[in-house]
Design a binder for this molecule. Structure first.
Ligand SMILES: Nc1ncnc2c1ncn2[C@@H]1O[C@H](COP(=O)(O)OP(=O)(O)OP(=O)(O)O)[C@@H](O)[C@H]1O
Ligand SMILES: [Mg+2]
Length: 300
């Protein structure tokens, strides 16, 4: 089983509006809500390929229930920790004039007890999982070294772990040498502490991380492609040329694809080809994490 951890999930609500007028009554034309959060996106993709998956993290209030229902409907095991606070709803207002206005909630605060409950549940789930995916940001009350701590537990139990996060969470997480990380270029620059102006600089930094003990460094570079570095080899897979509608969740698609390739024991070169095809297929639909299989197979 693949275990995904989403500590800071959200309901993503997209609304169409003719034009947003501050201070006025604004009527929305159309709305649709989906369960969001990076790890949940990964679960969604894994289930489309019929892989056994379990999801965990913090959920609270009515929005929390909505996410739990959505994950159950995917046919994934739910091991979320209930919290007093309410899970966020992030609102995206799509104006007919092309402007996108985002309204992001601050999100809940996690108590010490809730954090302890999560860690207990993590131990239980870890036992039944061969691969763990740690994705995204964390809510208030969760320390910056949480991913480092979880990655260390994975290593101690001989479980592979993929870390996909940013900023301090990534820096602290990398200290515990996760099996695989999937930074984008910006996140890699944060780790480097400087701008990485060209491909050579990106490769150098990825190699430095591999030397430090991260087994597999997968750098996603948006419409350019994906770079893979381990101690023995460096591979670059160019991105697929597709008609892009929405690139949100492309990073999650790379993570899900790499996780599936790990489970299948595939070579890195094949894994990268699949990841490039899957992430491009994600970009041609509006809903993130919803893969049009025909497009994916054709690209592959
Ligand atoms: N415009 C595009 N055309 C084709 N493929 C794309 C495009 N944008 C992204 N991809 C594919 O998706 C992969 C991941 O995208 P990106 O590097 O933007 O991830 P990210 O910044 O982590 O995204 P997010 O965190 O929002 O999911 C890229 O390496 C590439 O293979
Ligand atoms: Mg990302």
């Amino acid at each position: 089983m693949i275990l995904t951890v989403t500590l800071n999930p959200a309901v993503d609500k997209t609304c169409q509006i003719a034009r947003l007028l501050p201070g006025e009554v604004n009527r929305l034309e159309k709305t649709f809500s989906v369960a969001g959060g990076k790890g949940i996106n990964v679960t969604k993709i894994l289930r489309q390929f019929h892989l056994p998956a379990a999801a965990m993290g913090f959920l609270g209030g009515y929005t929390g229930r909505m996410i739990e229902d959505a994950v159950m409907e995917l046919g994934a095991e739910c091991h979320f920790t209930r919290i007093q606070g309410e899970t966020r709803t992030n609102v995206n207002l799509l104006g007919a004039d092309g402007y996108v206005t985002e309204l992001l909630e601050p999100g809940p605060e996690i108590s010490k007890e809730e954090l302890a409950n999560f860690k207990k549940e993590f131990e239980y789930c870890l036992e039944q999982s061969s691969l763990v995916v740690l994705s995204g940001s964390v809510p208030k009350g969760v320390p910056a070294d949480i991913y480092g701590e979880l990655a260390a537990r994975c290593r101690a139990e001989g479980r592979r772990v993929i870390l996909d996060t940013s900023g301090e969470l990534l820096r602290e997480g990398v200290k515990e040498k996760p099996y695989m990380i999937k930074p984008n270029k910006r996140e890699l620059e944060f780790l480097a502490g400087c701008r990485l102006p060209d491909q050579e600089a990106v490769e150098e930094e990825a190699k430095r991380l591999a030397e430090q003990g991260v087994c597999k460094v997968v750098v996603s570079m948006g419409s350019r492609g994906i770079l893979y570095v381990d101690r023995e080899q460096t591979i670059f897979e160019p991105a697929k040329d597709v008609k892009v509608l929405n690139t949100v969740g492309c990073g999650d698609s790379v993570v899900a694809s790499m996780a599936m390739s790990e489970q299948a024991g595939e070579e890195p070169s094949m894994a990268l080809k699949k990841a490039a095809a899957l992430s491009a297929a994600n970009a041609v639909t509006r809903e993130s994490g919803k893969i049009p299989m025909d497009v994916y197979l054709e690209l592959l």
